[in-house]
Write a protein that binds this ligand. Sequence first.
Ligand code: PLP
Length: 438
Amino acid sequence: MSIDCRAQFPQGEAADAWRLSALNPMAAGLKGSSILAIAASIKGMQAEGHPVCNLTIGDFDPGQFPIPASLQADIGVALAEGHTNYPPAVGTPELRKAVVALYERELGLSYGIDSVIVGSGARPPIYSTFALVVKPGDRVLYCAPSWNNHFYLHINHAEPVAVHCGPETNFLPTAAMLEGRLDGVSLICLNSPLNPTGTMFSDEQLGGICDLVLATNRRRETAGERPVFVMYDQVYWMLTFGGARHVTPVGLRPEMAKYTFFVDAISKSFAATGLRVGWAVIPEPLELPFKALIGHIGAWAPRPEQIATAKLLDDPATIATYHATMKQGIEDRLNALHHGLQGMKAAGLPTDSIAPQGAIYLTGRFDIAGERWNGTVIQTDEDVRRFLLDEAGFGIVPLAVFGPEDVVGWVRLSVGAVSMEDIHQGLARIERALRRLE
Ligand SMILES: Cc1ncc(COP(=O)(O)O)c(C=O)c1O
């Protein structure tokens, strides 16, 4: 007979109360992703047979966007060859060298191998950057909208300095918006191309921020204070469209190398979110604690994946062939949505969108607050989301989920898991639904 362990646990409300009182308050206050909750409600609709154009999840459907065939084959080979033991804590030398070569070749940045720390996707490098830089009570500056920074702040007991960015600056900050807000800030979180908007920094915009950081750090170092670091999350940097050019802090201002933690991964650039291979590129003198942290968490990327990723990153011809198809597929979908929303706008419907620049996201707008639907007035982001989903089978994530205020009707449209047909049918349903509004 086995012991019934579940009988030992508090149930229902008592379970909630126990969780709140027994745990570290930080852990008790942790929240899950609201995007996943939205996606779950869509799965329910699909299961009931309703057609849904699901633009909610920042992931890929492997049926639409498979990983590179050589990557898949090389993982199989490495596994068959018996590469099943621990990888080195910082990543295999082959993969670290391949990242160094990739950055040299594509970004014009020359780092040594000791600057590259491999992790299981981009998240452990993000977590480690926070843990290394941020003392409890430090202030951390991030932009609203942006992806998940508020969770990492919470875990690290940091104080938020949220900079609200709107369409007039491409939903990204400028130096003027950060000026005067860096007191007590130890980390600035930047991301380009940006999740959720798909917009990107220009040279001037990012260069101005770098100048502010460098001037701040000159002052701080003279005063014997800790510098402010920049975490530059560039997981979407290979996915740029329509002539948009990816820029980096170090590429624009070489002195930024001392203060920049790059965060990167194959997750998005190669539609490989489930393989869990990412890396940080950091100031070399910080390798030791970063390596120790990743090692203690055990957040290594699996060894077969590391071996195969090193081969892929070292093979520019294969990457170019893969991206010729994959990036075209993403661009076609983003353009179809953009042109669809612009076409409706031209026809007098309350839609808008920002031209695609990068990542797998389009920023759309449904300016329908104040309209009547089902006898009630649409007021909130949740009302807009429900209208689009229930009336048009169009699954979106409100931009407000990513932190900004005053953006009712602005939405993130993510194209990695939909076909062109899904998009065309979804747009037709949207047009019909908008015309039905009272
Ligand atoms: C901007 C950004 N950074 C990091 C990540 C996480 O990447 P990974 O799946 O490699 O941990 C995501 C995932 O959506 C993202 O959008």
